[in-house]
Design a binder for this molecule. Sequence first.
Ligand code: APR
Length: 264
Amino acid sequence: MEPATDMTDWLVERLGRSRGLTILTGSGVSHESGVPTFRGKDAFWEKHRVEELATWQAFEAHPELVWRWYDYRRRGVAEAQPNGAHFAIARLEPAFDAFVLITQNVDGLHRRAGSTDPLELHGNIWRARCTREHTTTDLLDCPLRELPPRCEKCGALLRPDVVWFGEPLPPDEYERAYEAARNCDAMLVVGTSAMVRPAASLPLVAKHNGAMVVEINVSFTPISALIDATLLGRAGDILPELADRVLALGATGAARAPSRVHVR
Ligand code: APR
């Protein structure tokens, strides 16, 4: 195993030659902002497994309980600040002809850090959807004034506009994410356990289509053996340095190879 510094040198050099970069993030990116992840020691809220709360069945049976959990999470996210990893990703965006940020996170911290168009595959915790009319609306009051909140138009229950287990991803976002994985020269997979599909299959789509795929995580994941490299460490430590060095290349006008991505 090459020392991290060599690996980072190699990655900087490869990113410096890439025109199309796609980044896939998970809750590990927000962990340093104090937002809990979903597995390991964060797998429970009060005495409930979060994976059981994040289902339509739990909501149908206990709408107030599920909303109490989302109110708790929203309050945590409202107090949180984007960290160095979020800002580094936003800084990398303009440096590539084709840049796509795909996130599984529903916390909105990427946008708060300046990312212009994150593909929110699993929805957003600051939006709600009417369970009768299926219209979505921003729901920004924190803490929630009403538990469970109701649709202002028809009075039906609102649900968080997020993707729960057993539910399909929003088709447009997933199709754009799939195309971004299929067409990129390089993909960074940051702070995700790569356990939840179909998001977890995107790095393999990229790899299968010839892209260089590197993950940044504090531990190995089920895809580590299937991709090019794993940089072990905290995203908030590794990404700012990586962004500095890649952007410094840009500043030096280091030549980039013609891309597979049809740039503007
Ligand atoms: N830097 C980098 N990686 C980190 C850090 C950090 N500071 N802290 C934790 N990690 C890694 C963990 O090692 C783990 O691999 O982040 C990952 C978090 O994994 P999960 O908790 O499984 O979260 P995620 O991969 O985002 O879950 C996917 O599952 O519960 C659903 O819808 C939910 O979007 C979520 C999806």
